[in-house]
Write a protein that binds this ligand. Structure first.
Ligand SMILES: Nc1ccn([C@@H]2O[C@H](COP(=O)(O)OP(=O)(O)OP(=O)(O)O)[C@@H](O)[C@H]2O)c(=O)n1
Ligand SMILES: C[C@](O)(CO)[C@H](O)COP(=O)(O)O
Length: 221
């Protein structure tokens, strides 16, 4: 069975507050997005890579590929108005039954080992997401009152999130809801139980400027 990877890079990076969207910023002299694609290209799973980028940034990305002599094969898909619609656009281009890993372009430190582990678990169990247990104590704020949660029961969700295409197809037929912040929440709302595998502490999401500085420090030479 063929494997696919949907790399979502259709965001505008409002929280990062840089003129250039964060997925194109340089991380150790290479655009963030190229680190991410390289991890997937180096995995044993060897997925076909579908890269979701906003229409008005596609030309810029092609120019970057020339400038950096970036030759990893990938197909470019138009971005949507939210992450949900970006994923949906990519799913519509996949024909055959397969496993699909969905990954944030802005998690460039993902290892090929984690990518492969997610494909292996999804093959056996239908779906799996990478997540790490909270190392901080956590509290819930509701109706102006805070209460402690049991941190052993709290997982911080990462990507890859890997599913059989059949599950994703069903799930992404739903109407968009604001609480669909990742693929697992979409699939869960369609009635599936979500499986977790241990993610990686290094697999950070570049959201704020400090995350890019951290990624520079964490990236192995
Ligand atoms: N319409 C969108 C919105 C987000 N993403 C992608 O989803 C991932 C996670 O989203 P996030 O970190 O929130 O990125 P942005 O939406 O760019 O950031 P912000 O919310 O700060 O604007 C990113 O790789 C982003 O490019 C996408 O493909 N299409
Ligand atoms: C998919 C995700 O990275 C899992 O942690 C996260 O939900 C994306 O959230 P964002 O608000 O779009 O950054």
């Amino acid at each position: 069975m063929k494997n696919y990877a949907i790399i979502v890079a259709g965001g505008s990076g409002n929280r990062m507050q840089t003129e250039t969207p964060k997925q194109f910023l340089l991380l150790k002299d290479l655009p963030v997005l190229m680190h991410t694609l390289r991890a997937f290209a180096q995995s044993n799973a060897q997925p076909r890579i579908l890269l979701v980028i906003n229409k008005d940034q596609q030309q810029y990305w092609r120019r970057l590929c020339e400038e950096f002599n970036f030759r990893i094969p990938h197909e470019i898909i138009d971005g949507g108005s939210t992450r949900f619609y970006s994923v949906k656009n990519a799913l519509e281009t996949i024909g055959d039954e397969c496993l699909v890993a969905i990954h944030d372009a802005v998690r460039p430190l993902v290892s090929k080992e984690l990518i492969d582990k997610c494909f292996e678990h999804a093959e056996r169990r239908g779906n799996v997401i990478a997540a790490v247990q909270s190392s901080d104590s956590v509290r819930l704020l509701k109706d102006n009152i805070t209460s402690a949660l049991k941190r052993d029961e709290i997982y911080l969700v990462q990507t890859p999130q890997t599913f059989s295409l059949a599950i994703l197809r069903t799930a992404y037929q739903q109407d968009f809801e604001a609480h669909f912040t990742d693929d697992a929440s979409v699939v869960e709302a369609a009635g599936y139980e979500i499986n977790i595998v241990e993610g990686e502490r290094n697999n950070i999401k570049i959201t704020y400027p400090i995350d890019l500085e951290l990624a520079e420090l964490l990236l192995k030479d």
